[in-house]
Design a protein around this ligand. Sequence first.
Ligand code: UDX
Length: 444
Amino acid sequence: MSKRIAVVGTGYVGLVSGACFAYLGHKVIGLDIDPEKIERLKKGEVPIYEPGLDKILRQAIDNKNIEFTTDYGYAVKNSDFIFIAVGTPSRDDGSADLSYVESAYRSIVEEMEEGDFKIIVNKSTVPVGTGRWAKEFISSLLREKGFKEPEKMFEVVSNPEFLREGKAVEDFMNPDRVVVGADNRDYAGMVASLYEKLQPAMIITDLPTAEMIKYASNSFLATKISFINEIANICERAGADVSVVARGMGLDHRISPHFLNAGCGFGGSCFPKDVKALVYTAKQYNVEPELLTATLDVNEKQKVKPVEKLEKYFDALNGKTVALWGLAFKPDTDDMREAPSISIVRKLLEKGATVKAYDPVAMENAKKVFKGEIEKYPEKLIFCDDKYDTLEGSDALILVTEWSEFKDVDFDRFRNKVIIDGRNLWEPSIVRQYAKAYEGIGKP
Ligand code: UDX
């Protein structure tokens, strides 16, 4: 049955979730405080790079299942479920900044009227305990407005997202599981029913447990990556091949083959932020999160491994030119958040090298991220329009992101260059026939 849903925040999670709910037949209102973004969305223009999203969004607009507004009054009045999908960025101490979530609650309450009942769903990744705090907070705001029994006007439900960038539509439509948490299970069930058509595996639980499932899942995947990266570092010294080790481990169904690719570390908007936030939460409860801290430490070191490897081949990197393939934190996205390329570029520039960088889609975002470096080293950080341009005059190449266009390349162009393959994309024996030297991660 079609339900009325408002989604607050038309960023990556809000837009994908809103468009997918609309595609499933629900009536969706996408709300954002940014009028420019809303104008573009009304025309069906997708402001982010996400394969498949433009198609389902257009279909939802054509079917009149989704509309966009900046007007909280309109969104609150015309919805029964209000999804909160605003950003929860990391503060310097690792804690999550909930100011956008808080201001969304305030704006919703401002528009609520006598007789209303709204199911407020936290889709944003919020620290364990936020749902229960939100109930108190929203109640107190409603009480301030003069409502006598605020707890009868709303329920807070947690429904974390598990969407990978670049595969977000696919992940929404084919979820491994849908997690819904609420103090009142009936309301959790109502949110769960929004996904009915997808027939997913369903976990219905309480608020803190649902919130913890999200953090534990992301932290576990991040830990798996740091684990295999540590194994890779041992493999290199011990003469073992981490790719084969990972394959051998992954065939054990208790381990699974996923997230066992050694490389130059994890980045993105979720893993670094979520592990840091869980570390912070653990400390708040006087638990010392030793494993989670190690996951982050290993990752920081792993990001600059390619530069360390390069240093073995030259007396100094000062005066050398290094080509860089891939800047986005992973393929199929233009997202530069916490990308390993940031640490690599900064390290190379610090060491006096010239960097010639190329990425198929993240160039514009990269230029924003490296604004400071572009000013400080105007001649030393060069952005190229083509991958082969980066190789001209370069002494070495570091592959940072495994975009498919880097897979089949003209290896003849690698002659006289040191190649550091930060994602084990190429077959060592083939590259060695052309390059001056080749090194992957965790290879003998
Ligand atoms: C992740 C989670 O997968 C998703 O469920 C969650 O909701 C948001 O965070 P995303 O950040 O889009 O999604 O990226 P993902 O594909 O999971 O990769 C994260 C990082 O790990 C990338 O930098 C990637 O290069 C790295 N990675 C991944 C590895 O280094 N090795 C692997 O084996 C897998």
